[in-house]
Ligand binder design. Sequence first.
Ligand SMILES: Cc1cc2nc3c(=O)[nH]c(=O)nc-3n(C[C@H](O)[C@H](O)[C@H](O)COP(=O)(O)OP(=O)(O)OC[C@H]3O[C@@H](n4cnc5c(N)ncnc54)[C@H](O)[C@@H]3O)c2cc1C
Length: 312
Amino acid sequence: MSAQPPELPPGIERQVPLARLTTIRTGGPAEFFARVRSVAELEQVLVWAARAGLEVGVIGSGSNLLVADAGVRGLVLKMDGDLAEITVDPEDGERIICGGAARLPAVAAAAARAGLAGLEFGVSIPGTVGGAVRMNANAYGGALASVLDWVEVVSREGRDRRTPDQLGFAYRRSNLLTGEVVARARFQLSRADPETVRERLAQLRRQRREAQPSGVRTFGSTFKNPAAGEADGRTAGQLLEAAGCRGLRVGGACFSAKHANFIENVADATTADVVSLMTLGRRRVRERFGIDLEPEVQVLGEVELPSAWRPS
Ligand SMILES: Cc1cc2nc3c(=O)[nH]c(=O)nc-3n(C[C@H](O)[C@H](O)[C@H](O)COP(=O)(O)OP(=O)(O)OC[C@H]3O[C@@H](n4cnc5c(N)ncnc54)[C@H](O)[C@@H]3O)c2cc1C
């Protein structure tokens, strides 16, 4: 068990269910949970957690997250308020500053309204700016790193600003450590006709609707695509489909009929169901093609993944 924390500061709750804060809707409660609405509140809570000897986890939109069924020890943070704001920088009009909890589709829409191009890819990624930085989220050829100016990172050590070259971006990863929270980010965009940017957003939304299931409980892509050359250019979804995983089910978890690399929670799935299904899908791809798929989804708490493929 974790160390006994000092008296709970206002706003910190115990045993808060996390499933409803994830898009797959599985998993147990956080031992301690706080909603923080400003950088000052975030700093205070992190100092408290450090004194209490608690590990800190952060949850954005929970759109790439599997929470352990037994719950999460330590403190789980969710940001809100000032930390979800989106502002076009009044000084030069080509930069957008947002809180780490701002949702990417909202940032993409705000950029379009201001006639700024570069963040259109974010319209179909249902995560926050902080989650997108942590995951180096990208879509449709758009690249987060190419428009990111800096991020402000808060941890128990304090606050610092980092530029993209300091974030160790690679395919679906960054070098942010556990307990390092992206509190704010600034994007450098370029001027464009607002109507053209809006049309691009509409086009990307349409493209998404055609390719992926909508209105379902999922965390998006389960596995990363293999490295170029490793699978003759095939994606993880194509490999899973060819290995007969489309529609495969364990408990309440099922590989989507529309997109084989998506797992859906179709009937009160547990995280254990999802992990068993991932294990099964991965084994089938291994047996059929000799390729080891690596998970893209992140975990919070002690999720029993085979040791060879804990997500990084
Ligand atoms: C339908 C669907 C489609 C998707 N399409 C795409 C896509 O096209 N491209 C793509 O890249 N991803 C995609 N995703 C995955 C997901 O939306 C992205 O990875 C997203 O960036 C995760 O953001 P989040 O806020 O939901 O993070 P969460 O899922 O809440 O967390 C993911 C990780 O980021 C960490 N984290 C969250 N917030 C912060 C913060 N402020 N500071 C530090 N760490 C933080 C968490 O601790 C965790 O390790 C999709 C998901 C779904 C459900």
